[in-house]
Design a protein around this ligand. Structure first.
Ligand code: C5P
Length: 401
């Protein structure tokens, strides 16, 4: 079991079970997770922020209105940072506010602003738990995809016996570990290319494209999270290296990208070509800035770039090859054709021009392989990358054993 580099946001609301959440921080960190704690005002009456700060090794946030903390990591950043949000204990009040989409404190605001899956571990008196108002809120949250952890039955701090006890820290941790799925690429070496390529025209101009690199970076991160040793070959992007990446090689042009990929792939089991490689480059790169000439047209002679995927596909010993295809129409036909023409094992196709694709946060993909297909519905690029990696792992095992 590992939570290495996983980013877990622990929300603590007001309840006596908050003392058990101190233990939860310890247990999450034992498995390598990074934990940040957000407390409601109520929670601070049970356990001090200092306790959580010492246990998490991170500043603890208790208010939306703390200017200093907002300047360090604002609530939106915190919401984006989190891969999982677990609220333990989740009081009746917190559940009610979540169910109604309120944003009247930091924790509920972060929940609204985050795309991360939310887990709640209710803890309250058994009579309160059984109340129809609480149950209605739970139903609402469930329908909205919030995961319910517990509660358990047994002795309660108030002396009652019944349902409403928070699950034990180890049980909560187990649920979080399970939520990340299996290390399906453990022991495998994966090379991922990402981003655009820039083909220089002269010292100040280039031919490029609008790829942000986000999909490729998300794929690299998901592969690392699935246990692979990942080499990320990145075109010119302004993206931080995702956690868990073994090696990052920055390149600019298609030829540089091909060289970097060819250097990395002899040891690789899987190559995922998520880069938007430029098809052409200027035949010559001017060594000085090109000047205008009294309205005369400028002619650029372009040479075709090497096709990285096709180069790999032509090798006798080659990694499992996954390509991407961005199409504006007839996605299935063009993708299947590309799969065959380039000699790929799998192709991930998306329809661009419908608000999805290059610069969007969300994406949707259709996967094709020789004798099958799968559809990955629209979701965040992070989640989509995870699903893609799961499919790649499955196909890889099917073909290569
Ligand atoms: O042919 P097209 O550019 O649509 O194919 C896209 C797929 O091929 C992507 O996976 C991309 O990384 C890869 N590709 C490549 N080398 C090129 C052009 C595209 O590897 N020169």
């Amino acid at each position: 079991m590992s939570l290495a580099q996983r980013r877990i946001l622990l929300g603590v609301s007001g309840g006596i079970a908050a003392y058990k959440s101190c233990e939860l921080v310890r247990r999450l960190r034992d498995l390598g997770a990074e934990v940040r704690v957000v407390m409601t005002e109520g929670a601070t009456h049970f356990v001090s922020a200092t306790t959580f700060q010492a246990l998490s090794g991170q500043p603890v946030r208790t208010s939306l209105w703390d200017a200093e903390a907002e300047a360090a990591m604002g609530h939106i950043e915190l919401a984006r940072w989190a891969e999982r949000i677990i609220i333990a204990p989740a009081s009746a009040d917190l559940l009610a506010r979540l169910a109604h989409g309120m944003a009247n404190d930091l924790l509920t605001t972060v929940c609204l602003a985050s795309a991360a899956p939310v887990y709640v571990a209710p803890a309250m008196n058994q009579q309160m738990w059984a109340h129809p108002a609480v149950q209605a809120n739970i139903d609402t949250l469930r329908q909205r995809g919030v995961h319910l952890l517990g509660p358990a039955s047994g002795d309660q701090a108030c002396g009652d016996i019944g349902s409403g006890r928070m699950l034990e820290p180890l049980e909560l941790r187990e649920a979080i570990v399970a939520s990340f799925g299996k290390p399906v690429l453990r022991g495998l070496k994966v090379v991922v290319s990402a981003g655009p390529t820039y083909e220089d025209i002269d010292p100040v101009r280039f031919i490029g494209n609008r790829s942000s690199g986000r999909m490729g970076f998300a794929v690299a991160e998901a592969a690392a999270q699935a246990g692979a040793e990942v080499t990320l070959v990145a075109g010119p992007v302004s993206l931080a290296t995702p956690p868990g990446i073994a090696r990052r090689v920055d390149v600019r042009s298609a030829v540089q990208m091909r060289d970097a990929v060819l250097a990395a792939t002899p040891q690789a089991d899987i190559y995922i070509g998520a880069a938007a490689v430029g098809d052409y480059r200027p035949a010559e790169v001017a060594d000085h800035k090109l000047k205008k000439h009294d309205g005369a047209a400028l002619e650029l002679h372009l040479t075709e770039n090497p096709d990285i995927l096709a180069t790999l596909a032509a090798q006798t010993v080659r990694p499992f090859l996954v390509g991407f295809a961005a199409e504006t129409h007839d996605v299935a036909r063009y993708a299947r054709d590309k799969l065959q023409r380039k000699g790929l094992d799998m192709i991930a196709a998306n329809q661009v021009g419908s608000g999805l694709g290059f610069e969007a946060d969300d994406n949707a993909l259709n996967l094709y392989w020789a004798d099958g297909a799968a559809e990955l519905a629209r979701t965040s690029k992070t989640e989509l990358a995870r699903q893609l990696v799961t499919q790649v792992a499955e196909r890889y095992r099917a073909v290569r054993g």
